[in-house]
Design a binder for this molecule. Structure first.
Ligand SMILES: Nc1ncnc2c1ncn2[C@@H]1O[C@H](COP(=O)(O)OP(=O)(O)OP(=O)(O)O)[C@@H](O)[C@H]1O
Ligand SMILES: [Mg+2]
Length: 344
């Protein structure tokens, strides 16, 4: 488990002080993958460095498995850091060492015997699916394979916490998906707490249980992915939804956006909604998927103009949040509205 309390990090002194992390609070449970997203310069890497204590927090505390790292001496810290594995964006492998020799590095530092190290390295490379590449040098491996070597190395000392700073950024979608699957398997098999830093929302949706958005050193929104996706007011939820253009609405209809707000939305909600409203409904676009074992979804509909409030109420009864979308600029209704505004 990782516990972050009122974590603040500043650089510089006096008038030149920069506050990079400003009173962060969150926990990453055992067996949880917690994503941190945010724009460049938001403080994500600084946060990762404070968690593995490569940077000392200015104030606040970082607790890993009940041990407050901020209170440890340098010597105690070196021991505590073994329980924290880190995977970097640029894989950080030594180019003159083979995959196996890279994975063996942390074991060498610890003075593990050669025979023990050989066994452990073989086990780790097998774990990440690279047994057949043990004697390859980094330049003979693909980007995804190099990240796997990095993951095997991060696991060498049996950490309970894994930090991943943009580990999948720059990989193609297939390699990203396979790294994500590997991390989820490791989380389940080894009960790891994983802090997953990324700027790719698609990846967050694939990998994380929870997410926090960092902006200028502060968490502006956070929560379980499923809850955020179901919250019609959540900005983070909106940015996690896959973005696709819906079809244009037929003449004489209005466009509506409908989102699942809880788990009990019936699969035949579209037919039921049409029956409740006694009106045809056109489906212009939709995405329904399972996230962390729970169904989430949204759709864009075209519905003939009805009494205000009826669609919202009928949707609500089915577990859906419905809101009318403005007519697209340049469409007949938008031009008519603009003409009316000019007259007024
Ligand atoms: N050693 C340092 N001294 C002064 N300022 C620093 C130092 N390290 C980081 N910063 C500042 O902290 C801010 C956050 O940097 P950080 O690397 O944590 O951002 P990030 O969210 O990881 O960005 P990116 O997405 O580009 O990787 C930046 O404005 C940076 O200039
Ligand atoms: Mg960074």
């Amino acid at each position: 488990m990782i516990g972050i309390e009122r974590l603040t990090k500043t650089y510089g002194h006096g008038a030149g002080t920069t506050v990079v992390l400003d009173g962060l609070d969150f926990t990453v449970g055992t067996g949880e993958i917690f994503a941190v997203v945010g724009p460049s310069g938001a403080g994500k890497t600084t946060l990762a460095q404070c968690v593995n204590l490569l940077e000392r927090p200015t104030s606040g505390s970082v607790t890993v498995n009940g041990v407050n790292l901020s209170r440890l001496t340098e010597r105690q810290l070196r021991v505590a850091r073994r329980r924290i594995g880190t995977i970097f964006q640029s894989d950080g492998l030594y180019s003159r060492r083979t995959a196996a020799q890279n994975v063996a590095l942390p074991l060498e530092y610890l003075g593990v015997t050669a025979a023990e190290s050989r066994n452990r390295v073989a086990e780790l490379l097998d774990r990440v699916g690279l047994s057949s590449r043990a004697s390859f040098y980094p330049h003979q491996l693909s980007g995804g394979q190099r990240q796997r070597v990095g993951i095997a190395r991060a696991l060498a000392l049996r950490p309970s916490v894994l930090l991943s700073d943009e580990a999948t950024s720059g990989l193609d979608p297939d390699s990203t998906a396979s790294i994500v699957e590997l991390l989820k398997e490791l989380r389940d098999d080894l009960d790891l707490s994983i802090l997953f830093i990324t700027h790719e929302m698609d990846t967050v949706l694939q990998v994380a249980d929870s997410v926090a958005r960092l902006e200028r050193g502060r968490i502006v929104e956070s929560g379980r992915i499923v809850d955020l996706l179901r919250d019609p007011h959540s900005v983070l939820g909106r940015s996690l939804r896959p973005r696709r253009d819906a079809e244009a609405a037929p003449a004489g209809t209005e466009r509506w956006f409908v989102g699942y707000t809880h788990s009990a939305v019936p699969a035949d909600w579209l037919i039921r909604l049409a029956a409740d409203l006694d009106s045809p409904i056109h489906l212009l676009g939709a995405s329904i998927e399972t996230v962390s074992g729970e169904t989430v979804g949204h759709a864009t509909l075209a519905v003939p103009a009805l009494e205000p409030g009826r669609i919202e109420a009928a949707a609500r009864a089915l577990g859906l949040d419905a809101r009318r979308l403005p007519a697209p600029a340049g469409s007949a209704p938008a031009l008519a509205a603009a003409a009316l505004e000019r007259v007024a």
